[in-house]
Structures are given as structure tokens and as C-alpha cells.
Design a protein around this ligand. Sequence first.
Ligand SMILES: NC(=O)c1ccc[n+]([C@@H]2O[C@H](COP(=O)([O-])OP(=O)(O)OC[C@H]3O[C@@H](n4cnc5c(N)ncnc54)[C@H](OP(=O)(O)O)[C@@H]3O)[C@@H](O)[C@H]2O)c1
Length: 332
Amino acid sequence: MSATPIRWGILGTGNIADKLARAVETDSDSTLIACASRTEGKAEAFAEGRGIEAHSDYESLLRRDDIDVVYIANTHNFHAECTGLALEHGKPVLLEKPFTVNAAEAKVLVDLARERNLFLMEAIWTRYLPAVQALKQSIQSGSIGHFKHATISFGGFAPPQYLPRLVDPALAGGVTLDMGIYPISLLCYLIGERPSEIQAQYQLNEAGVDELAAYHFRFPCGTTASVSTSFCLKMKQEAMLYGSEAFIEYPNFQSGPSFRLNRHKGGPEVLETEEYQFEQDDNGFVYQVAEVVRCLRAGKLESDQISWQESVEIMAVMDEIRAQAGVKYPFE
Ligand SMILES: NC(=O)c1ccc[n+]([C@@H]2O[C@H](COP(=O)([O-])OP(=O)(O)OC[C@H]3O[C@@H](n4cnc5c(N)ncnc54)[C@H](OP(=O)(O)O)[C@@H]3O)[C@@H](O)[C@H]2O)c1
């Protein structure tokens, strides 16, 4: 490990920034330097007790020369603007999910990162979890045979502090960009491609954003999948991955530490069951922090776990879902 830890700055000190800050604070090769908030007093409150500097505007943090990477954690509608600003200031970026609001914005960011030769990664933190990495390896190694179908349900009543941004079209609200992205991203990761056929059903709130959605996908390899997701309905948190030889149950989707492989070898009965349990830190963000550090140390511009192209393509999947749902944001 080199003598100077990776120095982090945070833009946007809302609900989720604290979790990332705690992950940075526990990473042995990272240190948190500063935070910035455009809301009066919020950066100071966030910085208090952390021994970091508070900025009341983003640019003053971005002008610092003692920051190696910036974590952007404001609402979706600001992701493109703020990441663009950070890249223009020469800063590598870890950008909260969803990468942007739509694929067009995502492509602009990727082009800018490439032009500036700067690291950029979507903070789709679940992808870096030990259990999810093992799921990927298991499926790749053929444990379920031909991956034929998946069902994922992921829903619950959102904590009240999340609701203002979830229900508001001006903040790019809606369940697809906020929660639907997790099952979509998992499927794309496990299958290794993006769906070629997409059908979406949805229920909209009074303001016109999707609060409950069901997606049906077909991937070019033939795998099909059904997803249901909501921020205002208590649902089972579960992914079921069905293959020609076995099926996998992944409970506590999206961040569970274990899964179960049930082998039937193409017959009617489950013949054997294997349980896979992983040690997982209570703060699941530690794995994405480690991935950022690994990439920066290796001089990589994008993570092997999620390429720029994949982030753009996942935004395109959600563009199609929103088009079918008629969800268009006022600033689009
Ligand atoms: N990975 C995860 O598990 C996870 C969980 C939750 C959220 N997220 C993602 O993290 C991002 C932030 O979510 P959050 O729940 O932390 O958001 P939030 O607390 O509602 O807001 C985050 C920041 O966005 C800015 N903001 C919020 N509402 C605004 C408004 N009406 N006008 C202007 N600025 C506003 C503020 O930035 P300033 O501080 O600069 O004023 C605020 O501190 C989202 O993209 C979300 O998808 C990820």
C-alpha cells in the first residue's frame, strides 16, 4: 500500500452520504477530506465530528488539489451536471446510482471521462458484494445449466426521508430509477448482456411518476425474466434464478449474504441443495469503496465489474421502461 491513502470528497450530504463516509472511514487505504452541500448548514453538520472540511458550494471542493476522488450523492437529476463539473475539474468520480437520468446524459459523461482520461464508476454497490460476486461465478461455471428464467421481487414502504425525491418528477423520482435499477442491473450482470425485448407495466402517482412497476425481459441469449418493484408496497425481497439443471434462491435481495443452489438435473425433484453463506460487512458500501481504490491504484478508468458501456446501456433499458410508462421528467 502506498503511503498516502486515497483522499475522498463528497458532493451532496443527504441520506446516503453518511453510509459512504463510514465505508471510507473504515477503508485502510482511504481517507475522507471534505464534503460540500448547497443547503445552508448541511455540510457543516455532516463534517462535525469527522474532522473534515465543509464547503457550502461544490466548486470550492472541486478546486482543491488534495482530493483524489469525488463521491456524488445528490438526487438523480443533478448527477450529470455535477459529475460533468467534477470531471471538468480533473476529479475522478464515484457516482451514485442511477448513473444519470437517461442514456443521453450517461453517454455525455462517459465521453467526457474518456476525453479527460479520468476514472468514473457507477455506485451500484450491490454488484461488489461477496454473495453477488459468488452468484455470478456460480452461474458462469454452469451450476444451474442453461440460465432460462429469473423472477425478482423487490419492494417495500420507503422510509419517509426518501419520499420527497421518490415522488417528485422534478427530482427524477419514480421506482424504476431508484429501485428497479437493482434487479435490472443484477440481471444484466449475471446474464452478461442487456435485454433485447422489454415490456413494462406500472402504476403512476398523482404527479406522474411510477410508484409500482413490473418488467418482462427477454435477453438475446434467450433468457427471460420478470421483475416487480415498488416503493409503496411491502413485497418479498427475493431473486429466483432458474436453469436447466438447477435453480438458485437468493433471499433478502438486494444485499443478502447467502444463496441456495437446488439441483434437479432436469428432473422433477430437487436432488441436492447447497447453501452458500458469505461474511459480509454490515456496511455493504465497503466493497465498492475497495473497488474504487483498487481501480485508482491500478490506473484504471473504469471498473471491470461495470463498464461505462454497461452503465449507458442500463440507462437505455430504463429509458425504454419510462417511455412505455409515459414517465417524462419536466427538464427532459
Ligand atoms: N446506494 C444506495 O443504497 C442508495 C440509497 C439511497 C439513495 N441512493 C442514491 O443516492 C442519491 C441521493 O439519495 P438520497 O436519498 O441521499 O437523497 P436526498 O437525501 O434526498 O438528497 C441528497 C442531496 O441532493 C440534494 N437535494 C435533495 N433534494 C433537493 C431539492 N429539492 N433541491 C435541490 N437539491 C436537492 C441535496 O444536496 P446538497 O446537500 O448539496 O444540498 C441533498 O443533500 C440518489 O441518486 C439515490 O439513488 C443510493
